[in-house]
Design a protein around this ligand. Structure first.
Ligand code: ZN
Length: 199
């Protein structure tokens, strides 16, 4: 891959890496949607992750950050890249019986300032779960940084500072009421499954 100039728009990079798809998709929830976001397609290119991390770090230049934490799996790579740029520690939380925990010797001390990193914020559910984990350690949450905000109705409702690089407005439909199904031009596909064209 050619070297990526830092002044290139994040939307261009998301499209170039095919992380943002437009079409007719079946989401993991079973709903149908006209947009699909797969940040791993973007983050597989370290040069792109680096550009994103630098942009987010600039937005957070006014705060001191000791630790960047991502929820597994989506938040791991961007948390690590942000930590590199911010000269902080980069750690991740993983689910044990459905609940986020710190494992592998990762720790958050009560005197630390913690940034939560996400690849995409949709409902904010996993951000809230990581917030609980950080709060239970007694540390201060300085905010959440995300590559993408996907239809999060009110990021302010998280009650913490939220920064993101790109907003995706996607429509989701119950399959029985899906207008894309009704048009019948393209069958609904599950991205990531074999045989799906990403173009
Ligand atoms: Zn449909």
């Amino acid at each position: 891959m050619k070297e990526i100039r830092e002044d290139i728009g994040i939307e261009d990079l998301l499209n170039q890496s095919e992380a943002l798809l437009t079409g007719h998709f079946i989401l993991s929830s079973g709903l149908h949607s006209d947009r699909y976001v797969q940040c791993a397609k973007f983050l597989q290119y370290p040069e792109m992750a680096d550009v994103a991390a630098k942009k987010l770090a600039r937005m957070l230049a006014d705060v001191k950050i000791n630790v960047v934490i991502g929820g597994a799996f989506g938040g791991i790579v961007i948390a690590y890249e942000l930590a590199r740029v911010l000269h902080a520690r980069g750690i991740f939380a993983e689910r044990v019986d459905g609940v986020f925990q710190l494992r592998r010797g990762f720790e958050i001390r009560p005197d630390e300032k913690v940034l939560i990193a996400e690849d995409v914020i949709t409902t904010g559910k996993s951000v809230r779960e990581v917030m609980e984990l950080v709060s239970s350690a007694g540390a201060e949450i300085v905010g959440v940084a995300s590559l993408i905000d996907r239809n999060m109705p009110e990021p302010e409702s998280l009650g913490i500072r939220a920064e993101w690089l790109h907003s995706v407005k996607a429509n989701s439909y119950d399959p029985s009421e899906c207008p894309l199904c009704r048009e019948g031009k393209t069958p609904a596909v599950k991205p990531g499954s074999r045989g799906v064209s990403q173009k």
